[in-house]
Design a protein around this ligand. Structure first.
Ligand code: 13P
Ligand code: SF4
Length: 364
């Protein structure tokens, strides 16, 4: 385990503040709004998709979702668009309209390979920015520009410049849960699935790691590198406690507990496994426990439940209000009107690309 020091501003900006509208998004012609009636044709066309989600989407809700799913899948073809969806998206998005699903690293890698003209990012703003940074020729849309992240909102580019002055020569690693402006100021990015590897790849005995203090603590517990951390936190994962998990474990000692490394250390101490959202899903696929708590955002348990109906998910889960801003009606609106387009100042995007590509190209 390494030494660790934590720094931060007294008060972080509000994660719910809307992002500044980009100065000059491209002009696109809107398409007519498709019909959204529930009828026999729609029921037939979506029956195979309902099969995938029937354990987690009540049948009474399907007549609302299905017309949107038909309309979105048709509009994707018209717009030559693909949907990249994070593992925290709701089951009807994750299973019925997404072309690629995954954790932040998988989505970033997919973004580099997209051939289609348009990427609709079903996730949060930093994920859409990462896609734009990695594939700048594409039109990247986010269905709700207000889908932020408490971690990304906890630090600015100016904060990174101050850190660099305070610790000259110390390399800076940014979790991808940061703005393009922050990515442009750092040496390399990381995600929760490669944070340790990224820190150790730098060959330095000290590393500044921002902005998640808990991911930083988790990395520090696995390495000899001294970590200087920023005091940011995920508003979803910091709400879990070791005490609540001990209560679950006491009531069923055979219960499996797996957690995301954005959780506080007392939570990770109770976990049988800690990993990124993709690594957590892989763990459930490999171990197929009878009962499990996934200590992370709620929708992920729904998505894994749809795939593995025999596993029982105990759900002390928390919702990410930012991820939940993305809905089928907003995805449809996005494709009809081609909004909201993610635009990054080219000079910032070029600097940020170096940090993100350095991570993406790291050999695993
Ligand atoms: P993953 O990269 O593990 O999917 O995490 C992203 C995130 O925002 C978790 O809260
Ligand atoms: Fe950000 Fe936490 Fe939501 Fe992930 S779950 S997007 S880290 S606020």
């Amino acid at each position: 385990m390494s030494m660790m020091e934590t720094l931060g501003r007294v008060r972080a900006p509000d994660a719910r503040l809307p992002f500044a509208r980009p100065p000059s998004p491209r002009r696109h012609h809107p398409l007519p709004m498709p019909p959204l009636d529930w009828n026999e044709d729609v029921a037939k066309a979506t029956a195979h998709l309902y099969e995938r989600v029937k354990t987690v989407v009540p049948s009474i809700e399907w007549p609302f979702f299905a017309p949107y799913i038909v309309a979105i899948n048709a509009l994707k073809k018209q717009r030559n668009a693909v949907i990249l969806a994070h593992n925290y998206q709701t089951p009807e998005i994750y299973n019925c309209v997404a072309d690629y699903v995954g954790d932040s690293l998988q989505l970033a890698r997919e973004a580099t390979k997209v051939d289609a003209d348009v990427i609709v990012q079903c996730g949060v703003h930093f994920m859409a920015e990462t896609s734009k940074i990695l594939n700048p020729g594409k039109t990247v849309l986010i269905p709700d520009l207000r889908a932020g992240c408490s971690l990304a909102a906890s630090i600015t580019g100016e904060d990174v410049r101050v850190l660099r002055e305070r610790y000259p020569g110390v390399p800076v690693v940014a979790y991808v849960n940061t703005s393009a402006e922050v990515k442009a100021e750092v040496d390399i990015c990381c995600t929760s699935s490669n944070a340790l590897q990224v820190v150790e790849s730098l060959g330095s005995d000290t590393v500044i790691f921002l902005p998640d203090q808990y991911l930083a603590k988790y990395v520090a517990s696995q390495t000899k590198v001294k970590i200087i951390a920023w005091k940011g936190a995920c508003e979803v994962h910091e709400r879990f406690t070791g005490d609540e998990l001990r209560l679950y474990r006491d009531s069923d000692p055979s219960l499996a507990i797996i957690a995301h490394p954005e959780c506080p250390p007392d939570v990770l101490a109770e976990a049988d496994f800690t990993g990124s959202t993709a690594h957590m899903i892989d763990w459930v696929r490999a171990h197929k426990p009878k009962r499990i708590v996934m200590v992370t955002e709620c929708s992920m348990a729904d998505n894994v439940q749809a795939e593995l109906p025999d596993v029982e998910f105990v759900r002390p889960c928390n919702l990410c209000p930012h991820m939940k801003r993305i809905t089928l009606p907003k995805i449809l609106d996005s494709l009809v009107h081609m909004r909201e387009e993610v635009v990054i100042d080219p000079a910032i995007a070029e600097k940020a690309r170096r940090s993100v590509e350095r991570m993406v190209h790291l050999k695993s």
